[in-house]
Design a protein around this ligand. Structure first.
Ligand SMILES: Nc1ncnc2c1ncn2[C@@H]1O[C@H](COP(=O)(O)OP(=O)(O)OP(=O)(O)O)[C@@H](O)[C@H]1O
Ligand SMILES: [Mg+2]
Length: 226
């Protein structure tokens, strides 16, 4: 089985004035290609910090992250940004769509950025994703004209187009009611099954975690056996 993501002794210390917060205290995590992993743990244990580091959005204090064999810590800021654009899809708790673009505009922009002139024709995959996420009838709506569940489905489509190696999701159902949570989770599960999409998802909900193939528990900046 191919390893798509690996962290080696990842540490993160946030320094605020004289106060140091040890957010990560040596995290070793390996994720295989096509795996769906859920991350659980109490508030403040370092889950979002870890996900942001995995996505190359935050630099760790020490340790390394390998994405598809490439070591983020050995890359320049520019090439790390490039790798993030091409290989990482991010889904946030608060959707983060561009308000002035339609659903389709949001999705196409993400696809253009990810493919970056690589004219791999992904329109078949895009259509499939839109079908699976049941968004075909909402493509001309702007975010404010969509329900929360629909906005999150657009955000998921945006994270998936252009075939990223990994989708990282930080509490993707945190702002949804239970019905929309169910829908979004079921779709993530189908996308993982159908496209073999690797997904790492933070969640507080045991129900959400139960759709993953593996649950990783964190506490005080470390991975623990439950
Ligand atoms: N930008 C920052 N500057 C300083 N400290 C931070 C920063 N971001 C997070 N922290 C601290 O680092 C620790 C881990 O935060 P993090 O956001 O990773 O937790 P979390 O597990 O995602 O929590 P939650 O479940 O509430 O989202 C916390 O103690 C938090 O206060
Ligand atoms: Mg968090």
């Amino acid at each position: 089985m191919k390893t798509i993501l690996q962290t080696v002794d990842l540490k993160m210390i946030y320094q605020i004035g004289k106060v140091a917060v040890n957010a990560l205290r040596g995290v070793n995590l390996t994720v295989n290609q096509a795996e769906f992993v859920a991350i659980m743990g109490p508030s403040g244990c370092g889950k979002s910090t870890m996900l942001h580091i995995l996505g190359g959005m935050l630099k760790p204090s020490s340790g390394s992250v390998l994405i598809d064999g490439q070591d983020l810590s050995k890359m320049s800021d520019g090439s790390r940004t490039e790798l993030r654009r091409q290989k990482i899809g991010f889904v946030f708790q608060k959707f983060n769509l561009f308000p002035t673009l339609t659903a389709e505009g949001n999705i196409r922009l993400a696809e253009r950025i990810r493919l970056n002139g690589n004219h791999k024709n992904d329109s078949e995959r895009r259509r499939e994703i839109l079908r699976l996420l049941n968004l075909e009838g909402r493509l001309n709506h702007k975010p404010l004209e969509l329900s929360g569940g629909e906005q999150q489905r657009v955000a998921i489509a945006r994270a998936l187009v252009g075939s990223p190696a990994i989708v990282l999701a930080d509490e993707p159902t945190g702002n949804l009611d239970s019905e929309n949570s169910q829908i979004v989770l079921k779709m993530l599960q189908e996308l993982n099954g159908k496209f073999g999409q690797t997904i790492v998802m933070i969640t507080h909900s045991p129900e959400a975690a139960s759709i993953a193939q593996r649950v990783v528990h964190m506490r005080d900046g470390q991975i623990v056996n439950k």
